[in-house]
Design a protein around this ligand. Structure first.
Ligand code: ASP
Length: 326
């Protein structure tokens, strides 16, 4: 559905895709609900950008981002790739809920070639709050989407334009609620995303659960998801990448069945290291062919594994995109 309008053809054209989230939410008798269309979100900023940008606005979802499904991600990727293929468009903005912003950012990062800025933004306060942060975040997103400094997926939030790789929501309420372990400026990201003319396989139906480790976690946690048809596993390990002996046995069983396993950490920051020996230690897991996620936390590692399985690529190839110096 297109509810956008075009301005003077001499200014850069930015496609804005709205999907819901707090930025589009207002208080209703059913609680906070994404009620605003993309056009309504842009309304307070139209005048400000009238002499700089043409805006083409589409409302593609009205979702709380905790409900964003793999089929929704397929559709968002298709919308972004359609915009990338349009020679008139020079930047893309996606308004999105913050709860799963890191997942959508990673999916688009892996599925969309970095031809132009692809900027996600959202808000921590609803649109009808007196201190709503949506307009200022959207303003920043529009600036980043029309800037020559950025290519590929970034998240414009609370004054920063953060890289997608490693992005993490770090606060349930603060306005500055995202962090990224990568430098905020830098070269365009390396990409293995399929060309926009190529068909994209669906992410739907590829089950990759996240299992969080804790001392004493039983191996049945892993066996039950394997029996339910998991195609891959992400382990949210302790520390730099360790699990207890029972979970270690479960991981060994998964590897015997040929299921790819990526190791992340329940600690918010720092690289995964496979250095500790002993049952369930990182060194033993690495010997089983378990891959460390680098700086990615479990939600993004899960999306990476799903995309690798959908594209028929080795997960290690996609993980290497985020290696320092890559
Ligand atoms: N629950 C909301 C969402 O993710 C939170 C937000 O947007 O900040 O859609």
């Amino acid at each position: 559905m297109c509810d956008g309008s075009l301005r003077s053809p001499s200014f850069p054209l930015v496609r804005v895709l709205s999907t819901g989230g707090t930025i589009a939410s207002t208080h209703t008798s059913r609680g906070l609900v994404p009620t605003l269309s993309g056009e309504e979100l842009l309304a307070p900023l139209r005048e400000e950008f009238a002499d700089r940008l043409r805006l083409d606005v589409r409302s593609v979802r009205h979702l709380d981002s905790s409900s964003m499904s793999a089929a929704d991600l397929d559709d968002l990727a298709a919308h972004v790739r359609e915009a990338l293929a349009d020679p008139d468009i020079s930047g893309i903005v996606l308004t999105h809920g913050t709860d799963s912003m890191e997942e959508t950012a990673m999916a688009l990062h892996l599925l969309c070639p970095p031809r132009m800025p692809i900027i996600l933004t959202g808000a921590m306060l609803p649109a009808d709050s007196p201190a709503a942060d949506g307009p200022q975040n959207l303003r920043l997103a529009l600036r980043c989407a029309s800037s020559p400094d950025y290519r590929g997926v970034r998240v414009a939030f609370a004054g920063h334009c953060l890289p997608a790789w490693g992005l993490l929501k770090t606060d349930t309420h603060a306005a500055e609620s995202f962090a990224s372990p990568l430098p905020r400026t830098g070269r365009p990201p390396r990409s293995l995303a399929p060309d926009v003319a190529a068909p994209l396989p669906s992410l739907a139906g590829i089950e990759v659960p996240i299992i969080t480790a804790y001392p004493g976690a039983p191996r049945s946690l892993i066996e039950s998801v394997l029996d339910a048809g998991a195609r891959g596993l992400v382990i949210e390990a302790m520390g730099a990448g360790n699990v207890g002996p029972e979970l270690g046995e479960g991981i060994a069983a998964a590897r015997e069945r040929g299921v790819p396993v990526v190791l992340s950490s329940r600690v918010p920051f720092g690289e995964i290291a496979t250095t500790y020996g002993g049952a369930g230690g990182g060194a033993e897991l690495a010997e089983l062919g378990v891959l460390g996620s680098g700086v990615l936390r479990a939600p993004q590692a899960r999306i990476l594994l799903i995309v690798a399985l959908a594209l028929g690529r080795e997960p290690a190839e996609l993980l290497a995109l985020g290696e320092p110096g890559a």
